[in-house]
Structure formats: C-alpha cells, structure tokens
Design a protein around this ligand. Sequence first.
Ligand code: ATP
Length: 390
Amino acid sequence: MGELELRNLTKVFGGGGGDESGDDDGDGIVAVSDLSIEMADGEFLVLVGPSGCGKSTTLRCIAGLEHTTDGRISLDGRDITDLKPKERDMAMVFQNYALYPHMTVRKNIGYGLSITTDLSSSEVDDRVEEIAELLEIPELLDKKPKELSGGQQQRVALGRAIVREPEVFLMDEPLSNLDAKLRTQMRTEIQQLQADLGTSTVYVTHDQTEAMTMGDRIAILDGGELQQVGTPLECYHEPANAFVAGFIGSPSMNFLPVEFTGDELRHKAFSYDLSADLQEHLRNAPRELTLGIRPEHIEIAEDGARNVVHAPIEVIEPMGELSYLHLTIGGTTYTASIDGDRHHQVGEAVDVLFPEAKIHLFARDGGEAVKNSRDAAAPATDESATVATD
Ligand code: ATP
C-alpha cells in the first residue's frame, strides 16, 4: 500500500520552520501554503510549477527532510508527520544522483539495504544483481560513479531507491542533468518501471512536458499554493484558472483582454459574437474577461469566411510538420500553430478564427476560469465563433 495524503501542509522558513537539524533558514518565507492532496496506491503524481513555487519543499516535507510548520502527512492512514526520514518507508531520488563516489555501483545500490535490514551480505548481493538486471546495468556493478555517464549514474540512483522496496518513491527533478534525448528515453523508462513496480511516486519537475507525459495526475503549484490537481488532459482542457492555462501546453496559451457585453466579447481589434448557448452560460460572468486560445486551436480562415480578424505575420518559425506564426493583434503578438505545408510570408496579413468550442474565458480579476474548452457546463459546439475586426 502507498496511499499518501497531505492535509493542509504548510511550510514557513524562518517562521517556526526549519530543516531536520531544527535550524531556521530564512525569515518568514511561506514556501508551501495549506496544501491538501490525496494519492491513490500506485499512483504517479507529478508536482509541477515555476521555480520557487514550493515543489521541492513539499517533497522534502514528505521525505521528512524538512519539518512541517503546520498540517499533516499520512501514509496508509498512519500519521507520519513527525517521523524521521528513515522511519517513513520512502526512497528519494535526487537531481544530482547523490551517489557515494568511493563506492562501486554494487555498494551504492546495496548500502542502504545492508544498514537498514538484517539481510546477509549474499542476500543483499542477490537483490542488487536482480535490480541491476532490471535496470540493464549488470556490467556496471564493479565500476565507480566517476566511470559512468550521467544516464548510467541516474540508473544507479534509481536502483538504490528500488532495492529498498519502499511504499513511495520521491523523485526531485531526476532527469534535469541529462541531455534532451536521454531525458526523453529515461522518461519512458521511469514510467515503465513505476508501472511495473506499482509503487506510488511523487515526481517533481518544472518541465510541463515531463509532467504531461509522465503523470497519472499532475498538481500545479504557484507561490506555494495548489492551483489544480487533475489528469494531464483535465488540466489541459479544463484549467482551473489562467495560471494553469498558461503553464500547461506548449507553446503557451494566448491571452487577450476582452469585455463581455452580454452577446459578444469586445477586444480593441475585433468583436466576437457569442452563440446563444454561450451567452446563457456566461450570464453571471464578470464584464472584464480574458480570452484564452491555444496556438494549436487558432484556425486560418478560408477565403470568403465571415468575421475574421486580419492579423499581420511578424515572424514565422517553421518546425517541419507545423509552423508557428507570430501574429500581431491589437498591438500585441500572439502565436498560432498551423500546418507546416501552408505558405505564408512575414508582413502578410492572415485571417484567423478562434473556434468557440476551443476558447477559454477567465475572470480578469483573480483569473478563475468561467468557460473552458471542454467545460461540461459550456455548450459543446464545433461551430467556429466569428471574429470580426472593428
Ligand atoms: P526550484 O524549481 O527552483 O527548485 P521549487 O518549486 O522546488 O523551486 P522550493 O525550493 O521548494 O521551490 O522553494 C520554495 C520557496 O522557499 C522559495 O521561495 C525558496 O527561496 C524558499 N526556500 C526553500 N528552501 C529554503 C530554505 N532552506 N530556507 C529559506 N527559504 C527556502
């Protein structure tokens, strides 16, 4: 079992918090604020957010490397908030691998087992060899860390965590020291390994692609506060607020300030007629809204289409299958991702559409979503909304 629960977890540095030694390290910085998440046994949960949002601190609190200021952490219903790290039945994999440089791979993997269990040295050795087979590194067992590549060191670090058969794996940006190709490969390997072992995993990253591709669910943090927890597709289609909408997806969602008049959205460069269903859905929406549209959802209007916006192309980035057009609308630059076979030129103006089913609307004050692309409460229409230049 590995049902982990964080209940109102708060960590303040310098305001009564501190590290394992009990020292205070700062002056009242709220690193994590009132964070509650429940994880199912075997789940792969990714904590994601920009630098300084509190991901590592949350993970370190779960590991017991930081004392919590407030709140409760439990594993399988047992309160572990005040237990020492070694009493928590969790294994952590760090960004810098944290291997013992003077020990062979065999010793690095087996060391934790030999000091925390009463297994004989031949039993530890058998277990280490089993794990080395699993990670496809048996030929490295008698090498020292400095003789290994970054990817191999990462495998050893994983081996060290797996050998202990913990209830929970905690991984803090474990792939960030690898080059892009190896990172993609290790991403898949870690996912497969985790699925095979069925061990609950909390994985920290600042990389939204890693979060989207690896997590069963992702928890998005900002300023120490949980913004949303959901499956990658829920967070993509139904972001709780503009922060999540902008963080998830690449290139990022475009945001345009608009005024909701009751039957249309008014932007300084165009007005956007709303369907009757969407007008009804927005009945109680605030006047000041932000229209969100993902680059991949902007469409190039066919000749003769009505109510399109003419947007000059500032820059074209050909990506092969796709091209990114940087378009100027009302003096601001937005990105559209279009079919790479289409031919356009910088300086030319294109006619674009924002399909109504694909637009998001957020309250400008506070950023809360009032309409999403797959909002059950919003009309599921494929009909492209009209975008008319004023
Ligand atoms: P990154 O991706 O840059 O590692 P993060 O999301 O993991 O960022 P944390 O390392 O958890 O963020 O830090 C959250 C906040 O807590 C930051 O403002 C950071 O400066 C502060 N912080 C972290 N550790 C300490 C500490 N030991 N003493 C004081 N402040 C700290």
